[in-house]
Design a protein around this ligand. Sequence first.
Ligand code: ATP
Ligand code: MG
Length: 193
Amino acid sequence: MKNIIIFGAPGSGKGTYSDVIVEKYGMGHISTGDVLRAEIKNGTELGRVAQGYIDQGQLIPDELMISILAKVYDAQPAGRGVIFDGFPRTIAQAEALKQMLAERGHEMGIMIELVVSEDILVARLLNRAIEQGRADDNEETIKKRFAVYHNQTAPLAEWFQKEGIRNVVAWETYPSKEGMIDAIFKLIDQANA
Ligand code: ATP
Ligand code: MG
């Protein structure tokens, strides 16, 4: 299986669709948000530093994020492909990922960009705040995360475009979870055919 980079704004469904992909294709899964939340829960030094940024809706500094990347990647089951969920979020992270994979003779595979309008995203995140109680899913932090997304992460779409691996799946085109999943599976099957 080729690696997959799942890309999109906060609340676009990266985690949800990653789980569905893992279920069907048996791939590895790296969610940097989940990695950081686990560090916080375990009270590590990384967790302590990360918490300050997450609570503010800011990105963890690239250096720190990149320094744990190889370790997390090498801990995944070999040969099944990995889904990167929430990483990379900056050009520096993307360059570091490409290099880390190249050092291992691996490739980025395909990027799948989830496009969802902002009013739907906000509604989903506020709903997630009620259901999952994530501290950074409050209205104020959500606004900051969108600003960070637009300024630091969205420009990466063009970077992937130039790499020739960008694929867009829009909620407007497939306005149901089933429709989105269908479109995503088609892309993955095509890439691996
Ligand atoms: P989704 O709703 O699609 O799961 P999200 O953007 O709401 O995505 P996470 O990906 O879980 O949430 O990230 C939560 C927070 O963790 C981010 O706001 C950021 O502070 C930090 N974080 C996660 N991944 C990275 C990364 N690659 N670089 C820097 N900070 C990160
Ligand atoms: Mg997530």
